[in-house]
Design a protein around this ligand. Structure first.
Ligand SMILES: Cc1cc2nc3c(=O)[nH]c(=O)nc-3n(C[C@H](O)[C@H](O)[C@H](O)COP(=O)(O)OP(=O)(O)OC[C@H]3O[C@@H](n4cnc5c(N)ncnc54)[C@H](O)[C@@H]3O)c2cc1C
Length: 304
């Protein structure tokens, strides 16, 4: 690959669209349209950040310095189906809901239960997005990525340490993913997708602006009355609810009454409001139960 042969356009003072609908922008934003342009971006800023669909992201009000790249460009939105082999290769910028829609149409199972999770494929894999009906890591066969030195890698599933909302791939820039799916009946898969959507609609404030769950489900380090036993992973939403966090607000950010692990924002909210409210919730849960919550939402700031 000759990275020097290609130039990439850089936008200054760019907006960073996120599902929270608030927060600052990027000093520099590039939209590389192929791997060579992505490597060129790495030459400009080896510490660059990748923006996915912004569905798990809070950008501080002052925005971020350095370069941000978006892979939601044609070059990273290719989808190549091999139904016979039950495989699909898709670029990192492909929308997960779009990929799910096509897999269901083609009668390929494995990701229908991830319906309702907004993400690019790259963002979903790096976070190992999932929930009650499975995780994306369950069907990943090969991850294609570029490291910070611009070297390309094809990483087989067996070498990826997927865990709960974790892939161990955060140091890489994911460029594409091959998924191993299983032949199924399109009608059954439509039903599976609908059940996943209905579950989310029934339990989560999907009409509000949020980044989904703010905190990871904690594993209890000791027995906690009313929550569970040591070693048990418990719902962060339940813990937050029991600690009385529902309805708490800071500025334009509120802990949802529908699901205590969702912080929802009004149009006049600031990113600072969300950060302060997350801190209030963390402190309250620690005080009430001695449980330390870990953020699931990624926060970008000038010094983080
Ligand atoms: C309404 C709603 C419901 C949600 N429900 C769920 C749910 O049920 N389960 C769940 O797991 N999540 C859920 N989420 C959170 C979110 O959908 C996931 O975390 C998703 O994986 C984020 O993907 P993204 O492309 O938007 O990544 P972003 O939010 O843009 O980025 C998240 C992180 O991934 C990194 N990243 C993104 N793309 C790449 C790449 N190509 N290479 C390397 N790093 C990359 C970013 O740098 C950042 O650190 C929900 C969010 C919302 C708003």
């Amino acid at each position: 690959m000759n990275a020097e042969a290609t130039e990439v356009e850089i936008e200054r003072g760019a907006r960073l669209p996120t599902w929270f609908g608030i927060g600052g922008g990027a000093d520099l934003l590039a939209r590389p349209s192929n791997a060579a342009e992505l490597v060129r971006c790495l030459h400009i800023d080896p510490g660059l950040r990748v923006l996915g669909d912004g569905a798990n992201l809070l950008v501080d009000d002052a925005g971020v310095g350095g370069l941000v790249v978006s892979l939601q460009t044609d070059g990273f939105q290719e989808i190549d189906w091999d139904r016979g082999a039950g495989r699909v290769y898709a670029g990192a910028g492909v929308s997960l809901p779009r990929l799910i829609g096509q897999s269901v149409q083609r009668g390929l199972g494995g990701i229908a239960g991830l319906a309702g999770i907004p993400a690019t494929l790259g963002g979903a894999v790096v976070m190992n997005a999932g929930g009650t009906f499975g995780e994306i890591g369950d069907v990943v066969a090969v991850v294609h990525a570029v490291d910070r030195a611009g070297r390309e890698h094809a990483i087989e599933r067996a070498r990826i340490d997927f865990g709960y909302r974790r892939s161990g791939l955060g140091h890489l820039l994911i460029t594409g993913v091959q998924l191993a799916l299983t032949a199924g009946d399109a009608e059954d898969l439509r039903g599976e997708r609908q059940r996943a959507m209905d579950y989310k609609k029934g339990t989560q404030p999907l009409a509000d602006k949020s980044a989904g769950c703010c905190f990871k489900n904690p594993t209890l380090t000791g027995d906690v009355d009313g929550l569970g036993d040591a070693g048990q992973r418990v719902s962060a939403g339940l813990v937050l609810d029991r600690a009385g966090c529902k309805g708490l607000c800071v500025g334009g950010a509120t802990v949802s009454e529908a699901h205590a692990n969702f912080i929802v924002t009004s149009r006049d909210a600031r990113a600072r409001d969300v950060i302060e409210l997350m801190d209030v919730c963390t402190a309250r849960v620690l005080d009430t139960f001695g449980v330390a919550l870990e953020r699931e939402v990624v926060v970008w700031g000038r010094d983080s």
